[in-house]
Ligand binder design. Structure first.
Ligand code: AMP
Ligand code: MG
Length: 545
């Protein structure tokens, strides 16, 4: 099906196949980095990377720390084409740039100062502790892209840590950024994954057993990596002039249709951030993505999924599930709570905009836009997942029974939804056996309940009088067949750690087309194997990265 048609028929889905002008591939080392978001804003210009409090600035100039032996492990051909960049050969200056060993002309690297609410509490100054923006470059279509290295060494915001990142967490960010883009979920992107040839010491299980692991650097790409926390820090420290300056710059660059000096600007902007966030979270719920650490410093003002850490995709359906072992007790950031947490985070951003003269009623109305937009997108996406034109209030019991059935026995949500599009022609019993983690749970009673539900659902769909092919296409465009399940990522990590990058390449190639049947790649679509249930990294993960 043509992408434009699919987007039109699925208004809830982003046009994730939007084409961009592809020019001749350029050598990164020869690209001019001219634009600078920071121009004219108060910046710590000294270049001193020693960790410290930095009142009075929005960012610090800081250079990446060189590494011993850069090796290109992952490369996104698709993003590179959008940027007009050539794949860097081994030993090239371009590869050195992606490793933090060299700069392209015009690059003036910096790290941002931001704060954040972590697990519900104000945490003070955080900032880019291991992220360094190299600069902004123009793609062949004229759009500007910020290139940022993650894991490139100490910055003034590194606090007690080392500014580095391990291969396992970097590969996960690289892979999932690109997979989410292909899924049609708003996200920051990843261009490259470079092994540093240097060890990084981490206590992966937080049990006192710190060990050296291979280090790596991701080059990630977005229009901007600004977070809610970039605004919160200036409000929290009464830096109202700075807050206003950052606000004005952000709107002029990324929200040019809002006049930043108009009295209603903060409310208008918050409303827009709210709507973008609502769309992002609705997509997360659609594909079963659990971010894992929805602190306000991990919330992008562009409504992009940002900072991939202990994330996961829902396998067995369970609204209380979180992949983040650090959050296993409170489950603040579990799957089912993500919509309300996003609103809580937006309320913190609203609080940070008060010093700009925004009135509370206006801010409250802007937050309401989140509720409305989330409810609308969520309904549209659920309708698409079930192959319906639109959900009606009378569908509530049908939905309730579906989610009750999914929860009645551990059932793989992606497999189940994807498989529904094959009914009634397909075999419901076979689908249930593929989706249930313990086939013994599939007794006569559960089977009968599923059968009854499917009959009700198909009768409901038939009332809309759409051709079956329409329903199937709508469902297949909303229910991915291939996802970057944690155990798949872990297999690619194990191989890359042993020097074999082919499994990552092959996995990424499959994940580029998540909605298509890909004969020969069925194992990537299967439910998580039992050996992976408790193996570290394969289902749950710690924050150690
Ligand atoms: P995260 O939970 O990864 O979003 O990180 C929270 C804060 O800790 C951010 O300010 C990060 O930059 C910082 N941070 C995390 N890991 C490191 C590290 N290895 N070195 C320096 N800063 C880090
Ligand atoms: Mg973060």
């Amino acid at each position: 099906m043509d992408a434009a048609v699919s987007a039109r028929e699925n208004p809830g889905l982003m046009d994730h196949h939007a084409t961009t002008g592809h020019g001749p591939a350029r050598d990164l080392a020869e690209v001019a980095f001219g634009a600078d978001f920071l121009a004219g804003l108060p910046v710590d210009d000294g270049g001193d990377p020693s960790p410290r409090q930095l009142p009075g600035v929005v960012a610090s100039r800081v250079a990446p720390t060189p590494v011993a032996a850069p090796r290109l492990i992952g490369w996104s051909d698709e993003l590179a084409a959008e940027l007009g960049l050539a794949r860097p050969p081994a030993g090239s200056r371009a590869l050195d740039i992606l490793a933090g060993n060299a700069l392209a002309p015009g690059m003036r690297p910096w790290s941002a100062r931001y704060g954040g609410h972590q697990f519900g509490n104000w945490a003070g100054q955080l900032g880019d502790g291991r992220a360094i923006t190299l600069g902004e470059m123009q793609g062949p279509d004229g759009r500007l892209h910020e290139l940022q290295l993650k894991g490139a060494g100490l910055t003034p915001y590194s606090r007690f840590a080392d500014g580095r990142a391990v291969l396992r967490s970097s590969l996960r960010e690289f892979l999932c950024s690109e997979a989410m883009h292909a899924l049609g979920v708003p996200t920051t992107r990843a261009l490259s994954l470079v092994g540093t040839g240097e060890p990084v010491v981490r206590d992966m299980f937080y049990d006192g057993d710190a060990r050296p692991e291979p280090g790596a650097i991701v080059c990630r790409v977005a229009p901007t990596f600004l977070r809610f926390g970039n605004f919160e820090i200036h409000a929290a420290t009464d830096e109202h002039g700075l807050l206003g300056a950052l606000f004005e710059r952000t709107l002029r660059r990324f929200f040019p249709h809002i006049d930043p000096l108009a009295p209603e600007a903060p409310v208008a902007w918050l409303g827009e951030v709210a709507e973008r966030t609502a769309l992002m979270v609705a997509h997360w719920m659609r594909v079963g993505f659990v971010h894992g650490v929805m602190n306000t410093d991990n919330m992008s003002v562009l409504g992009l999924t940002i900072d991939y850490g202990p994330y996961g995709f829902l396998e067995g359906y369970d609204p209380a599930w979180t992949p983040n072992t650090t959050d296993a007790q409170g489950r603040r950031y579990c799957y089912g709570r993500q919509p309300q947490i996003a609103l809580w985070n937006l309320a913190r951003l609203a609080g940070a905009l008060r010093p700009l003269g925004a009135d509370d009623d206006g801010l409250q109305r802007a937050l309401e836009r989140y509720r409305d937009a989330f409810a609308r997108h969520h309904r549209e996406m659920l309708a698409a997942k079930l192959g319906l034109l639109a959900l009606e209030d009378a569908d509530e019991p049908l939905l309730a029974e579906l989610f009750a059935l999914l929860a009645a026995a551990e059932t793989d949500m992606p497999i189940l939804f994807r498989g529904l599009s094959g009914l009634p022609a397909g075999d419901l019993h076979m689908l249930l056996r593929a989706a249930l983690y313990d086939e013994r749970a599939l007794d006569a009673a559960l089977t009968a309940r599923w059968q009854a539900w499917v009959e009700r659902w198909l009768a409901r769909a038939a009332r809309e009088q759409q051709p079956p092919a329409w329903r199937i296409a709508r469902m297949e465009a909303a229910n991915p067949r291939y996802l970057p399940r944690n155990y798949l990522a872990q297999q690619a990590i194990d191989a890359a750690t042993a020097g074999d990058d082919a499994p990552l390449r092959e996995l990424l190639a499959v994940l580029r087309r998540p909605y298509e049947e890909q004969p020969g790649h069925e194992p990537y679509a299967a439910r998580r194997p039992e050996w992976a249930r408790h193996k570290p990294g394969c289902s749950a993960l710690s924050c150690s990265s």
